[in-house]
Design a protein around this ligand. Structure first.
Ligand code: HMG
Length: 388
């Protein structure tokens, strides 16, 4: 039996800020944001989108009635969750109409959470081959206005259906991982915004990458030439490029050209959405699979997951025959192209607007949000979602 990714869904809100506009407003050379950081557009979530709705919208496009019968485990990875107690997975379970004979949990380890969820899902399917597991990686990244991290914000979700005999990609062994207690990026429970030691976080991202990559090669016996592409967690696209560059000279010219060309394809969606934390690596994988026509069944894709704090993991997957038929290329193209540009002033207004925390009732203007699933209101400290 093989186990892996059977379907991939993606959702990002309908609003964005252009990085050239942000650079102008922050009195920064636009090249710093578009080349030095490598971002073009940053998705902005209106109040009607939260991590629950982003995830539910991402899953909505891939789940059919057969999946509803088979899904018995929903794992929601997030670091911008809406409740310290109840898992966001339960809301999505309800919004998607999944069967009640299911487990629903939320997992957290910064941007690494969805990778932990996938590995957990793999174990579950190995024990219960008929099961399918819905893994969600959904976040709204907030560093604050006028901060160094502002240009690396974003919002969105990826939904992955994990099952046996997957149609998109099987997941291979070994998977190599490492943990160390460091303070490169964190968000105390009392803070809406993340704290970050930017330069240290960059160094640690690379150090973890080199560590797990070396270990992976020694455990697997594989080398750089065995990979058609390597996808990275992309807090901003230049970060992945920096990591790739540290190992490129392990391959000959043809290998280097292939990996660089495929990296270009794998960063396109992230460049236009921003950091979506838990979903970021899988958005990069989706970008590669949907935009690169040169890949073929049997190709091996490497995946580097990093979550500050920190945990790093390197693993790989093999593309399956006709994988492209199970993607939603045109829908994603339409979603990204139909977004509305915000002025920086409009983005700042949205950034500053918050939901009440004192239990008062608020009705949100859902007509302005084209998403199928929205946050409609709050009353008595409870969120009411609307699926339409
Ligand atoms: P900064 O200090 O604003 O930027 O911070 P900088 O001065 O380092 O410049 C960035 C790059 O732009 C440099 O290139 C400059 O040379 C270049 P580099 O040396 O890095 O190759 N540059 C220009 N290029 C072209 N034209 C120009 C120009 N000017 C300068 N005119 C930083 C940047 C990323 C640190 C900041 O945005 C930040 O703190 N971001 C948040 C933290 C982050 O994303 N860290 C990444 C690793 S940690 C991680 O991935 C985990 C995370 O996702 C969280 C989680 O796990 O939950 C963040």
């Amino acid at each position: 039996m093989t186990i892996g990714i059977d379907k991939i869904g993606f959702y990002t809100p309908h609003l964005y800020v252009d990085m050239n506009d942000l650079a102008e407003a922050r009195d920064v050379d636009p090249g710093k944001f578009t080349i030095g950081i490598g971002q073009e557009k940053m998705a902005v979530a209106p109040l009607t989108q939260d991590p629950v709705t982003l995830a539910a919208n991402a899953a909505w496009e891939i789940i059919d009635d057969q999946d509803r019968d088979a899904i018995d485990f929903v794992i929601f990875a997030t670091e911008s969750g809406i409740d310290h107690s109840k898992s966001a997975a339960i809301y999505v379970h309800q919004l998607l109409g999944l069967k009640s004979g299911a487990r629903c949990i939320e997992v957290k380890q910064a941007c690494y959470g969805a990778t932990a969820a996938i590995q957990m899902a793999k174990g579950h399917v190995a024990l219960h081959p008929e099961s399918k597991v819905l893994v969600l990686g959904s976040d709204i990244a907030r560093y604050g206005l006028n901060t160094g991290g502002e240009v690396t914000q974003g919002a969105g979700a990826v939904a992955l259906l994990i099952g046996q005999d997957p149609r998109i990609m099987t997941l291979e062994e070994p998977s190599v991982y490492a943990t160390e207690d460091i303070m490169d990026f964190w968000r105390p429970v009392y803070s809406e915004m993340a704290f970050v030691d930017g330069k240290f976080s960059n160094e640690q991202y690379l150090a973890f990458f080199n560590r797990v990559w070396e270990q992976y090669k020694s455990e697997s016996g594989l080398a750089l030439k065995d990979f058609a592409a390597i996808c990275f967690h992309l807090p901003y696209t230049k970060m992945g490029l920096k990591a790739l560059r540290t190992i490129l000279d392990e391959g000959d010219e043809a290998v280097q050209e292939r990996l660089k060309a495929n990296f270009q394809m794998s960063q396109h969606y992230n460049r236009n959405v921003g950091n979506i934390y838990t979903g970021s690596l899988y958005l990069s994988l989706l970008s590669l699979l949907e935009l690169q026509d040169e890949l073929k069944a049997g190709d091996r894709i490497g995946l580097y997951s990093y979550g500050s704090g920190a945990v790093g993991e390197f693993f790989s997957g093999i593309l399956q025959p006709d994988y492209k038929q199970h993607l939603h290329v045109q829908d994603h193209k339409a979603m990204l192209n139909s977004r509305e540009a915000l002025t920086v002033a409009e983005y700042e207004d949205i950034f500053k607007s918050t939901l009440p925390t004192d239990g008062t009732t608020v009705e949100l203007d859902v007509e302005q949000d084209p998403a199928p699933i929205v946050l409609a209101s709050l009353a008595d400290h409870k969120r009411q979602y609307l699926s339409r």
